[in-house]
Design a protein around this ligand. Structure first.
Ligand code: 26Q
Length: 828
């Protein structure tokens, strides 16, 4: 066979399926056969569906080739277990990764459609809360791009994260019915389904050979059905898969009800079974420990592990004894950590392996990534509820714990306090199952998500475990995908980069270093500024249309977008805005560099203080924006419903990125990296990955303020007394008085009283301790902004030195250091 002929056989996605003609034909075919509307009735959303299906077809060809190639090679596969995947809009990203953006644009134009209008029809799947879910999505992109075989396993929530509206400045939650118009990216696989048990009891018995066995007699049974979404790597033929499980009622169990004539009970069961994957739980809810949440976690983990073992059974030369050679299972935080007990149950109860071998396999297969140090955020399940829901798993956890504590006793004889601290069962307050301990004991590798975070894990949260198994601990600093967060979101900068340093940066982000050679080139700096200003104009247009607030693209765009949480300290930024307002009002004639403060982010629906912070931002905005004495210098806008979709407009438009969490509280942050990549300068504390970003950028290119983590701890040990900061700082006192006195609430002192009282009397996040340092640092920001050439230099250097924060680097580290998963090149 000639090379070309062979290519056509082996590569169904060869160039002929990527041409404009071919794509146009495929779209037309889908319009006719899949959409099925008369030509006159076709609207842009139909073109969105048809183009998406055509693109998915092309990815499926790569998917088949990828599966076959990795099976043939006997390659090891990473399974990324995550309760959240915040994928964002798919069409634009898939066109980019297939490298057919211009072909698609032309094909649609020939059909009389504008690609941008068609792209805007997509409703994004908001199947995550924030950082952790988006990290999972970035990691899938990098795994495919680095040609590593991988499966993402998660939950197909029927309703994703709520949609945020603002009514009178207050957050109002609306359900996110993302599936109303269908989802062209997923392929339902009703034949890929598994039973999941729940409740009931564990029955111990002797089998025919007189061996002790356990069978689980469930209280109820449901079924999980797979929905597969292809994950295309950039510029390669590798196409991995995201498998999301959807809950169904089990027909044969419903039959019981039919037999007794209770038709309605059967239908009712269908209703309750399907509620399991109905809705994503928001984080930061004060009332955690919900039974349905545990069921969600167990449900998707059980389906995923059964699927993995099923694949093992299909491998000709490998049995379940070889699991760790074939699969790496990564726990994205503790949410899937019930998997440790579930794998033991599947191996011991169902596959009849002896305990020791099953445990060796389990530990060799699992890895655990921790994403938080906040003790209140570590998952614990009330023991009683856990035992009622998963009776056999509780027995297994007791047995894991018994053997584990024996090992602790051998290693640290006589240290009973250590036993109490390390136990999988918490005894302080009511008894609980400690999921972080289960994940740690059940994994051969445990990692934090930034250098500081990993150090703190070792010295505080997981200290005892580190002392026991130091070799299991490592750091894997987070990263973000430059495909979505630079190439796709910032076409202006993408073009400038391509022309300046070539296109290699897309898969080798360290090449951005090549920009350093151009910082002294005045013409290049002018082009850099032009790109930024155009991005700011694009965002200003969006802010105007979504809020009615007009922003000046020449003002400094100072942006904080992330979940609203006290530890992230959006209210610290608000205090700064009010200080500037106060200065302008008390010094008529004062001139300051114009700034636009832009906020975005959701508060958990039950998080009282966070919702009040949103109201405060909007209230200050209302006062400032309407005041002609200040609004030429200050504007405040809150972008409603921050999402992956509108993030594409936000990061590229930032001059200043706010990363101002209390040191020691933000595990890593990833928004900080997206801003840096797009040339924003950071004002930040020494928290999370900020530390490493500053190291990379150079201290002179980073606006640092605030207490360090150890200083924070010291202040707390000494007793934090906010009143002392107020006494020493007249401006701070005045700022708090403005809020308390009702300046931003039409004279009503009540609205913000809880917030002000919190800051004045018992704020665990030390806002007032960092206030003066922050405001002074913001003064330096303003001074630097006045020197636009110096600012532009710093901006270029930030982008140039952001290479470390690519998810490609992070995933390469996971593959080499934890998973032992190598590249498999899929032939074109
Ligand atoms: C837990 C129990 C019940 C309901 C919800 C939850 C829940 C859900 C999501 C708890 C936490 C989350 C998400 C946490 C998260 O996003 N953490 C962030 O992870 C990022 C990626 O590593 C880091 O960059 C951030 O610092 C960290 O806050």
């Amino acid at each position: 066979m000639t090379d070309i002929a062979e290519n056509l056989v082996h590569n169904p996605t060869a160039s002929h399926t990527r041409t404009v003609d071919d794509l146009r034909q495929a779209v037309s075919d889908h319009l006719r056969y899949s959409i099925g509307r008369p030509a006159a009735a076709l609207r842009p959303e139909h073109y969105y569906q048809a183009l998406s299906l055509a693109v998915r077809d092309r990815m499926q060809d790569n998917r088949s080739a990828s599966t076959q190639t990795s099976l043939d090679a006997g390659a090891k596969v990473t399974c990324y277990l995550s309760a959240e995947f915040l994928m964002g809009p798919q069409l634009g990203n898939n066109l980019l990764n297939l490298e057919i953006e211009t072909e698609a644009r032309t094909a649609l134009a020939e059909l009389g459609q504008d690609l941008d209008v068609v792209l805007a029809c997509e409703v994004e799947p908001g199947l995550g809360n924030g950082g952790l879910g988006r990290l999972a999505a970035c990691y899938l992109d990098s795994l495919a791009t680095l040609e590593r075989p991988a499966i993402g396993y998660g939950i197909r929530y029927e309703f994703g994260i709520f949609k945020q509206e603002l009514h009178d400045g207050w957050q109002v939650e609306k359900t996110d019915n993302w599936l109303v118009n269908g989802n062209p990216w997923e392929i339902p696989k009703p034949d890929v389904n598994y039973l999941v048990y729940w409740g009931g009891f564990a029955q111990h018995y002797l089998d025919e050979g007189g061996v002790d066995r356990v069978r689980w007699v469930p209280g109820r049974v449901l079924k999980g059905v797979a929905y597969d979404t292809p994950i295309q790597g950039y510029g390669v033929h590798t196409c991995n898969v995201l498998t999301l499980w959807s809950a169904r009622a089990v027909e044969s169990f419903a039959l019981d009800a039919f037999n007794t004539g209770d038709y309605y009970k059967a239908v009712e069961d269908e209703v309750t079974s399907e509620t399991v994957t109905k809705v994503l739980y928001p984080n930061d809810e004060p009332e955690a420990g919900k039974r349905l949440r545990l069921l969600q976690q167990y449900f998707f983990v059980s389906c995923s592990l059964q699927h993995v073992l099923h694949i093992m059974d299909d491998l000709a030369d490998k049995s379940v004894h070889h699991l760790p050679e074939q699969f790496a299972l990564q726990l994205n935080d503790t949410h899937p950590s019930i998997g440790v007990a579930e794998l033991m149950r599947l191996l011991v109860d169902e596959r009849h392996l002896d305990w020791d071998e099953a445990w060796t396999i389990t530990v060799a297969t699992f890895g655990y990534t921790n994403h938080t140090l906040l003790p209140e955020a570590l998952e614990k399940w009330p023991l009683e509820m856990f035992g009622e829901s998963l009776p056999r798993h509780l027995e297994i956890i007791y047995e894991i714990n018994r053997r584990f504590l024996d090992e602790v006793m051998d290693t640290f004889p006589g240290d009973t306090d250590r036993l109490r601290r390390m136990s999988l069962i918490g005894e302080d307050g009511g008894k609980t199952v400690r999921m972080a301990h289960l994940a740690t004991v059940g994994s051969h590798a445990i990692n934090g998500v930034a250098a500081l975070h990993s150090d703190l894990l070792k010295s505080s949260t997981l200290k005892d475990f580190y002392e026991m198994w130091p070799e299991r601990f490592s750091n894997k600093t987070n990263g973000v995908t430059p495909r979505r967060f630079l190439a796709l979101s910032n076409p202006g900068l993408r073009g400038l980069l391509d022309r300046t340093i070539g296109e290699g940066w897309l898969t080798d982000l360290d090449r951005l270093r090549g920009l350093e050679a151009f910082v002294d080139d005045a013409e290049f700096r002018r082009q850099w500024r032009d790109v930024k200003v155009a991005n700011k104009a694009r965002l200003a247009e969006f802010v105007l249309s979504s809020t009615g607030i007009e922003l000046n693209p020449n003002s400094l765009f100072d942006i904080q977008v992330k979940r609203i949480h006290e530890y992230k300290r959006q209210h610290l930024s608000v205090l700064h805005i009010i200080a500037l307002y106060h200065r302008l009002k008390s010094n008529p004639g004062l001139v300051i560099p114009p700034r636009s403060f832009i906020f975005g982010g959701k508060a958990a629906p039950g998080y009282f203080m966070a919702k009040r912070i949103i109201k405060l931002i909007n209230a200050v905005g209302e006062t400032v924006n309407a005041d002609s004495e200040v609004n030429q210098f200050l504007k405040v806008a809150f972008v409603p419903n921050f999402s992956v979709q509108n993030a594409a407009l936000i990061y590229p438009a930032a001059n200043l990125s706010e990363q101002i969490s209390t040191a020691g509280k933000e595990a890593s942050g990833t928004g900080n990296m997206k801003f840096m990549l797009n040339g924003a300068l950071t004002i930040g504390t020494l928290d999370g990955a900020n530390v490493e970003m500053r190291e990379e950028a150079g201290a002179e290119n980073f606006f640092l303020f605030g207490l360090t983590e150890s200083e924070v701890e010291q202040v707390k040990r000494d007793g934090y007394r906010p009143a002392e900061y107020i006494e020493r700082d007249a401006e701070l006192g005045a700022v708090l008085e403005l809020i308390a006195g009702g300046t931003f609430s039409h004279g009503d002192p009540e609205v913000f009283r809880p917030l002000v009282d919190n800051l004045r009397y018992d704020d665990p996040f030390l806002v007032l301790a960092d206030y003066r340092s922050y405001v002074e640092c913001q003064g330096q920001v303003s001074d630097r902004w006045l020197d636009q050439e110096a600012w532009t230099r710093m901006s270029i250097l930030n982008t140039a030195r952001s290479g470390k924060f690519s998810s490609d680097r992070a995933i390469a580290e996971y593959c080499e250091g934890i998973w032992g998963v190598g590249p498999v090149s899929v032939r074109g």
